[in-house]
Ligand binder design. Sequence first.
Ligand code: PBG
Length: 328
Amino acid sequence: MITGKFPSLRLRRNRKSDWSRRLVEENNLTPNDFILPIFLIDGKNKKQAIKSMPDVYRYTLDKISFVVDKAIKKGLPMIALFPYTEKNKKNDLGTEALNENNLVCKAIQLIKKKFKNEIGIMCDVALDPYTSHGHDGLFKSGYVLNDETIKVLINQSLLQAQMGCDVLAPSDMMDGRIGKIRKALDKENFKNVQILSYAAKYASSFYGPFRDAIGSKNSFKGDKKTYQMDFKNSDEALREISLDIKEGADIVMVKPGMPYLDIIKSIKEKFKIPVFAYQVSGEYSLLSNGIKNELVNKNIVFESLMAFKRAGANAIISYYADRLDKIL
Ligand code: PBG
């Protein structure tokens, strides 16, 4: 690798001018690398602030066209829809997930009708926005039931596919759900609906502000350690990823993002499959609040997003995706 030594070799030579640095740069970011999460809420004409996430809002359906139109104009390839569910629509079984008039279903239909295939729509497959206990699946005696939950997730997947969702993103971490969902989609002739598996999803305290955003903060007690991964582990992430690939995932995701760059890198090196990273709500809050400190500036956002690219992420889900013109 090393072709000479000092003083004939000087690595600073390539760095001395801006044009030279531009020529030798190894990574870059464009809007094509980003997915914008959008929070939905019931009602009319509302753009509701989320306390723990500066500059992120929940929108009512009548405001959605405006948000999506902006995303398209900024060149984003995909949006991700997340519903804030009113308490009276939640129950133990999360049945609102299977209501064809729920917020996500209505939003998919509205967006597809208006914008056709100009932008991709991704939807989570998991029950946590809809359950009164806030867990991602059916909860019994302190445990989230695996196989019983998958049955509901299959129906949630089929419903969202039927509404026009392009990319289903199981974020529940049940064992075996990717294979079962793929099989059901194929059987119902949704062969081209993609599966983006939250394959290496850690039980993380970085999700706090998101749970506030979707309204599960108060109902959720405890943790998700019996199904999401232990952040002490990395070999286990490779096992999770390899299983999801075998079961038919088109794309795999690592979540959270910045504290898990090692995981992104080893997955990319080992599997040569599209890998996405989720810069989650806690990372967003920390960065955004940090920027208010006069010694920190928005360039740190750019620097941290570039780190995802350098680690090997093909795309990033980021709450900054609607402000890339100010960041990149
Ligand atoms: C739901 C889900 C979560 C996030 C995305 N989908 C939270 C959780 O698992 O508790 C977190 C996203 C974020 O923090 O930005 N399964």
